[in-house]
Design a protein around this ligand. Structure first.
Ligand code: TIU
Length: 221
């Protein structure tokens, strides 16, 4: 399959490609979660949900592999470096109790993926303690075992967990495509910069494309 992408076409075999949905969790998208405790206006992020839902439905219909990630720490915070917990001046720190349960802790209401993008049975759900999806998750070995070489990315935030995951993937030899209208940031200029950085220098990190071009490639439009 061939997606009309930037800076040039992104070619992939469906059977060797996973749709990766990064951290579409209540903790980042809804008030009272980790994103808001850091001082962000979280309302910007929900604008991408309809486009993400369309792509996920079409990808599932096409029979493609789906992988969801969550930024999540163990209840005892043994996988949360003190440097991460102490950083900045948040109103609540990781592990503190907020309106959606303990901030950024696995199993808490706020740590769940939003209902519109809830994983289906058989889809992979990866809990990750860092920003990148490969750090301390064993994901590379699992993807290699499944014969995956290409990754299509959606999710939040563009410049933090999405970009870190794409860079980690790039260094491990995967080809990655970021769907432009399926990622967002608390800072509009950071989204723009992320898209530019990824596709610059002849796809130095990867490709970007509007989701409509992926849907066209998989015959969903
Ligand atoms: N703060 C911010 O922009 N993002 C994160 O902390 N994590 C993710 O991007 N998922």
């Amino acid at each position: 399959m061939r997606v009309s992408a930037n800076p040039f076409a992104f070619e992939f075999e469906l059977a060797r490609t996973a749709l990766v949905i990064i951290d579409m969790q209540r903790d980042f998208i809804e008030p009272g979660g980790f994103g808001e405790t850091l001082g962000n206006d979280v309302s910007r992020l929900s604008s991408i949900v309809p486009a993400c839902v369309r792509v996920l439905a079409a990808w599932r219909r096409a029979g493609g592999k789906v992988l969801h990630t969550r930024e999540a720490h163990r209840a005892d915070l043994s996988d949360c470096p003190p440097a991460k917990r102490q950083r900045g001046q948040p109103t609540l720190r990781i592990g503190d109790v907020g309106p959606m349960g303990r901030i950024l802790v696995a199993g808490e209401p706020g740590n769940q993926i939003i209902p519109a993008l809830a994983p289906s049975p058989g889809e992979w759900v990866i809990d990750k303690p860092g920003k990148g999806m490969f750090y301390a998750t064993g994901l590379h070995e699992r993807l290699q075992g499944a014969g995956i070489s290409h990754l299509v990315f959606m999710g939040v935030t563009a410049e933090v967990c999405v970009q870190t995951s794409m860079r980690e993937a790039n260094d491990r030899g995967y080809d990655g495509l970021l769907l432009e209208d399926c990622t967002e940031s608390y800072f509009p200029e950071f989204k723009t910069a992320t898209l530019d950085m990824i596709r610059a220098q002849g796809a130095i990190v990867g490709w970007t494309a509007p989701s409509a071009d992926l849907l066209a490639a998989i015959g969903a439009q």
